[in-house]
Design a protein around this ligand. Structure first.
Ligand code: SAH
Length: 338
């Protein structure tokens, strides 16, 4: 098995059968699990040293026209209390983040028609003006290729759109019939063709997902070569059709993150909020599985609880500067810095 890890590290690829063996063995063999994570951490260090990048996350709207079966922001969740930030709010979040050293802002939200292209173009233009050396990342779901193009021309240079499931049948199991795997993948291909640094990814432990599905995810990402890879653990939200399912497995999540790192040495891979939600050491265990990015939440404090994609989503109740200081302290315990 150790030869498989070494081969994965040296050629950045393994076939389906070997990935399957490696994952299955790491699930129960602590020694191999640790070796895999060590190799992934070492690979990340060769690229990024002991530095971890920060991306300031602004959750701009909890309104969504979609009805994904797993997500607490789904349209039919009548128990959700919804908010939408004003342009002034969003600019204030970015300016506050900028003042404490953030140089990438991620504007994420549900698919909310209030954020039409003209409004986003104006927002992007203003952020570019007040934070000239900051990168703007969008994570606003599926839009037309024309829309992605306009936003790119306005100055957004990165876009996160998890593919959610490479296997079309699993995709259909997780989404209502008006959403399609083909459209999701087309959106990702448009983003790549336009020139965005593009992020893909999926949840580990989504209802109905098998190890084979995760291998399909790894192989699809190998094929499309995203610059960013977001992998979190599925966590149920009671007001969704999947509310009765249990959370995905953290250990399996770390295994998949480590393999993604070995397949994509240069990709930006965040230690996601889902990890920290399931474990108080989630962020650092993500870093110790090969992740190299953390995404401090810079949404206005009072609204953070309302962006509830899953139950109990981790959020700090502290101003940005303190959140960053606490992240720095956690990372320092394993010898890393922001
Ligand atoms: N509307 C945007 C942003 C979605 S939220 C979009 O479509 O891209 C970002 C990610 O949260 C989703 O891509 C999904 O993978 C993840 N997510 C949603 N519900 C979740 C849940 N119950 N558990 C864990 N992750 C979840």
């Amino acid at each position: 098995m150790i030869t498989l890890i070494n081969r994965l590290a040296s050629v950045q690829h393994l076939d389906n059968d070997n990935l399957s063996k490696l994952i299955a063995t790491c699930c129960h063999d602590d020694n191999l699990f640790n070796q895999l994570r060590d190799k992934a951490t070492q690979t990340a260090r060769e690229q990024f040293g002991l530095g971890v990048y920060m991306r300031g996350l602004v959750e701009i709207s909890s309104y969504c026209k979609n009805n994904c079966y797993y997500c607490g922001l789904r349209r039919d969740n009548k128990n959700a209390s919804r908010y939408r930030l004003s342009d002034e709010d969003i600019l204030a979040c970015c300016n506050e983040g900028y003042a404490v050293g953030l140089r990438t802002f991620v504007l994420q939200g549900g698919e909310d028609a209030a954020f039409a292209d003209n409004r986003l173009v104006s927002l992007i233009t203003q952020i570019r003006h007040t934070c000239p050396d900051a990168a703007i990342t969008l994570s606003l779901g599926e839009r037309s290729a024309e829309s992605y193009q306009h936003l790119f021309e306005a100055g957004a240079s990165r876009y996160l759109l998890r593919h959610e499931a490479a296997n079309p049948l699993l995709y259909d199991h997780l989404h209502p019939s008006n959403m399609s795997h083909a459209n999701r993948i087309n959106c990702i291909k448009s983003l790549i063709a336009i020139g965005y640094q593009t992020g893909m990814g999926m949840m580990v432990g989504a209802p109905g997902q098998t190890i084979e599905h995760l291998i399909d995810d790894l192989l699809l990402m190998k094929q499309l070569q995203p610059q960013m890879i977001g992998i979190g653990t599925f966590i149920p939200h009671p007001d969704t059709p999947f509310g009765m399912h249990h959370s995905g497995d953290l250990r399996l999540t770390y295994i998949v993150i480590a393999i993604a790192r070995l397949m994509h040495p240069q990709a930006n891979i965040p230690a996601t909020t889902a990890l920290q939600t399931l474990s108080p050491t989630g962020y650092i265990d993500g870093i110790l599985s090969g992740a190299n990015v953390v995404m401090p939440n810079i949404t206005p404090l009072a609204l953070r609880p309302q962006y509830e994609i899953y139950k109990g989503k981790h959020h700090t109740n502290t101003p940005i500067a303190e959140t960053i200081q606490s992240l720095a302290q956690q990372l320092a315990t394993i010898g890393y810095h922001l």
